[in-house]
Design a binder for this molecule. Structure first.
Ligand code: NCD
Length: 392
């Protein structure tokens, strides 16, 4: 483990970083993940019930929509919609986001929590936070802790940030409630540089399991940026932990001598878990199509252009996207292929293909809300249960 001068961790350390924080996909172990899947199913059902109640035609003289009344009338688990009332979910996003920020905000709001989204992207001189005045992230995090944020959902370009935050939130010595019986301020990593995106991995496992029926006996092809996409890195680790008899094919983009491969520790993790993986060079379209024909699931990502400097040839993305392109021809040639994608889509998916029956990305994104509801609900209200499942 490495640490800042202040002694805070800058990388994942399983001894320090523990549930109910979720900072690394390594924490997505089988028991805790299965529990969260069950909770996600409950939340999904709850959302359906809520929509039915909300859309119920009202009699001319009926009172305006009132949740209390509806709960009484229907006697369902709609009461869950108030379970996080009085809780605060702070979202601190230092990188662009559409789905993760919105689905977390929606998830928190659906459970009755108040959400605050702080978007602090780009140059310090343009910031609307005190970063503009030179304040450090560490001090900002200190403030969130002093304000008793029940959860801090953070996205950062710096790998170290969520690891530092989770440790800081566990340290009660500087807080104004040092003797208070454990007030959990939960830190959730919503993406840190090219390292981790554990809630995306949880959502991806949930989605694959829902469509494939289980996380067993699957061959999964990874296409796109298998080298730098944190969604891929996290999902590989989560699959190593939670899958049974999984085979992984990684379509490695190759341009000249340049090969994008996942970080070695992640590959070692796959080996250690008995996941049969293969790094496959795909110099042309025909190689890719035959690869796609032999798998159950393809997990696509866009090339993470923002994470490369001059080393990336300008036409790299276009060349690679043409080889792996998910289009009608590919889906016809591979009639059993189901395609997932964390989004946003770029050139790797042909226009209009999100309408394809076996393109699951829109449903996958939609499941982000119930999965994140399950996560917030469990982390904030039942931390001991998560710890019991994860550590005993
Ligand atoms: C991903 C991310 O931010 O890592 N997006 C997301 O959260 N759904 C994937 C990406 O940006 O390519």
């Amino acid at each position: 483990m490495s640490a800042t001068p202040s002694g805070l961790a800058t990388s994942y350390d399983p001894v320090i970083h523990r549930w109910p924080h979720l900072v690394h996909a390594d924490q997505l172990q089988r028991a805790v993940t299965n529990y969260l899947f069950e909770q996600s199913d409950v939340m999904l059902e709850l959302l359906k019930q809520r929509d039915r109640v909300k859309m119920r035609p009202k009699e001319p003289d009926s009172r305006p929509f009132s949740l209390g009344y509806e709960i009484g009338a229907y006697g369902t688990n709609l009461a869950l919609l108030r379970s996080l009332e009085s809780c605060i979910a702070l979202l601190h996003f230092q990188e662009a986001s559409t789905r993760t920020a919105t689905s977390f905000s929606t998830a928190a709001a659906r459970l009755g929590a108040q959400t605050f989204l702080i978007q602090d992207v780009g140059r310090a001189e343009d910031s609307l936070t005190s970063r503009r005045k030179g304040e450090t992230l560490r001090m900002t995090l200190e403030m969130y802790r002093q304000y008793h944020a029940d959860s801090l959902i953070m996205r950062s370009p710096n790998v170290a940030d969520p690891y530092m935050a989770a440790q800081l939130f566990d340290d009660y010595t500087g807080s104004h409630w040092p003797d208070h019986d454990k007030r959990w301020g939960v830190v959730i990593n919503a993406g840190n540089g090219d390292d981790q995106h554990p809630t995306q991995a949880l959502l991806d496992l949930y989605s694959i399991r829902k469509v494939a029926g289980s996380l067993s006996d699957l061959t999964i092809l990874f296409a796109g940026d298998v080298g730098r996409a944190r969604a891929v890195n996290s999902l590989l680790i989560a699959l190593a932990n939670c899958g049974n008899n999984i085979t992984v094919k990684l379509a490695v983009p190759v341009i000249g001598d340049y090969r994008l491969v996942p970080p070695q520790p992640t590959l070692d993790r796959l080996t250690q878990a008995g996941v049969n993986y293969e790094l496959v060079d795909v110099p042309d379209r025909a190689t890719f199509v035959s690869l796609a024909q032999a798998v159950d699931v393809a997990y696509y990502t866009r090339l993470q252009a923002e994470r490369y400097g001059a080393e990336l040839a300008p036409d790299f993305a276009a060349q690679n996207a043409a080889i792996i392109l998910m289009d009608e021809e590919l889906m016809t040639a591979a009639p059993n292929l189901h395609v997932f994608h964390p989004l946003p889509l770029r050139e790797e998916i042909a226009e209009g293909m999100e309408e394809h029956q076996r393109a699951l990305f829109r449903r996958q994104a939609g499941w982000g809300v119930p999965v994140r509801m399950a996560l917030l609900y469990s982390c904030i209200l039942y931390p001991e249960e998560l710890q019991r499942l994860a550590y005993t």
